[in-house]
Design a protein around this ligand. Structure first.
Ligand code: GLC
Length: 435
């Protein structure tokens, strides 16, 4: 009898669970497609750590006592910050969305968070301006989508259950309290999704802080994601956890790699999702937060090809810049952005609104596709002809994208041979096929 009741109860719970499974709303599905259409975003790591010029991990890396670190905000005065100037520069560069750190691992809120015990940009700095609010207004004005990065881990709060990082910051360990910390995060997320207009995505980072725990740490992600979707159904949830997707996540993130690659060592345990939009986040130099000694910027060619390869792999590129503590964007970053913008002004049509094309990515390049157009992006070819393993299609027209020069196509039963008449030497030589 007891067994039978238990059995029925078990079944009931399974059924309830099945019902409770995350079903993205119509608004969310629409937002996913729009996210994919945007293709190019700028990632901004900006906080009081920018003052130290050693990246956003400086507090942990230099073992700065948490009470000493908390003195940084007292001197944070980004006098040149002008949200419109930033957003205009991004717009000129062809950027369609911004993802900015609302609160990084150092625990400092870059917005007027009423639940942060005063540890935020309005209450703790002489600047006293809510920069996220100003960015939200500028984004709204210029038609750029605003996303928020949000750290799951915290090196400042005493209720955060200390994980593998931030262990030598002098924090007492007797006040750790998950329930209190979880409530704090959800209250902050509520602030971010209530006071800053429509938000494109919440971009989480940091759950790996407890990846090494003996008993698996329960971050209660599903409830948190549900809160986000309740507050703004079209807001996408992404989590940089370096693992396969969890229920409730709307985008899949790859850190410093394109989907399916693992050169940086973060994506080893990941299978590329074919159900949700993909995003690859990359640094423009070697650092996320402003780093005064890092002048190792990727070249114009590398950055453009990164964007093109991402698009060909059906992914967005989220390209990072670490703004300076004076409120300016590094000159080198601005110059690279301009290069990308100039390129996108000519080639944007072959990127925005496209999806990964029907010819799989190759060493020579990738394809993107939109309606009946297939764009062949040739980035590394030593010959004056390119073979495409593409069968069962009828090519109505083939031309060089930038000037309309006809391209001769030879059809065989194995595919198509594009006769280019020259060895392509451009950053990206685009052939447009009308199918
Ligand atoms: C890593 C770093 C973090 C950075 C993030 C961006 O998770 O810990 O500092 O914000 O990558 O992808």
């Amino acid at each position: 009898m007891v067994r039978k009741t238990l059995c029925t109860l078990g079944l009931l719970m399974l059924t309830l669970q099945a019902f409770a499974q995350y079903q993205p709303s119509e608004a969310n599905l629409k937002a996913r497609a729009e996210f994919q259409d945007r293709k190019f975003g700028v990632f901004l790591h900006w906080g009081v750590y920018s003052m130290m010029g050693q990246g956003e991990w400086v507090m942990n890396n230099r073992n700065i006592n948490y009470e000493e670190y908390a003195k940084l905000p007292g001197g944070f005065y980004p006098q040149y910050f002008d949200a419109e100037e930033w957003v205009k520069a991004f717009q000129e560069a062809g950027v369609k969305y911004i993802t900015i750190t609302s609160r990084h691992h150092d625990g400092f809120s870059m917005f007027h968070s009423k639940v942060s015990d005063g540890y935020n940009i309005v209450d703790a700095t002489p600047f006293k301006r809510d920069v996220l609010k100003e960015l939200a207004a500028a984004c709204e004005k210029y038609g750029i989508t605003l996303n928020f990065y949000y750290s799951h881990l915290d090196w400042h709060r005493l209720d955060y259950p200390i994980g593998s990082s931030g262990r030598a910051l002098g924090r007492p360990t007797d006040q750790q309290n998950w329930q209190s910390y979880y409530k704090f995060m959800n209250d902050q997320l509520t602030e971010l999704l209530t006071n800053y207009g429509s938000i494109g995505a919440i971009w989480f980072d940091g759950v790996w802080d407890h990846a090494g725990d003996a008993t698996p740490f329960n971050w209660q992600l599903e409830e948190q994601y549900a809160l986000i979707h309740r507050l703004q159904p079209s807001c996408l949830v992404g989590n940089n956890h370096h693992k396969d997707l969890n229920p409730g996540e709307d985008i899949q993130i790859f850190e410093r790699d394109l989907p399916g690659q693992n050169t940086a060592g973060y994506s080893g345990g990941m299978t590329v999702s074919n159900t949700v939009p993909l995003e690859s986040c990359q640094t423009m130099s070697d650092s996320w937060g402003f780093n005064i000694t890092d002048t190792h910027y990727k070249s114009k060619e590398q950055l453009i090809q990164m964007l093109v390869r991402a698009a060909g792999m059906n992914a967005n590129l989220l390209l990072n810049i670490g703004p300076q503590s004076d409120g300016r964007l590094p000159a080198m970053a601005l110059s690279r952005l301009k290069d990308m913008g100039d390129w996108l002004k000519v080639y944007g049509e072959t990127i925005y609104g496209t999806r990964g094309g029907q010819v799989a990515p190759h060493d020579w390049g990738v394809t993107t596709q939109k309606d009946n157009k297939l764009y062949v992006h040739i980035m590394k070819l030593a010959d004056s002809a390119l073979f495409l393993p593409l069968t069962g299609v009828k090519v109505k027209k083939a031309q060089v994208f930038k000037d309309g020069t006809p391209v001769h196509v030879v059809k065989s039963k194995e595919g198509l041979l594009l006769e280019l008449g020259c060895v392509p030497e451009e950053i990206d030589y685009v052939v447009e096929l009308t199918l």
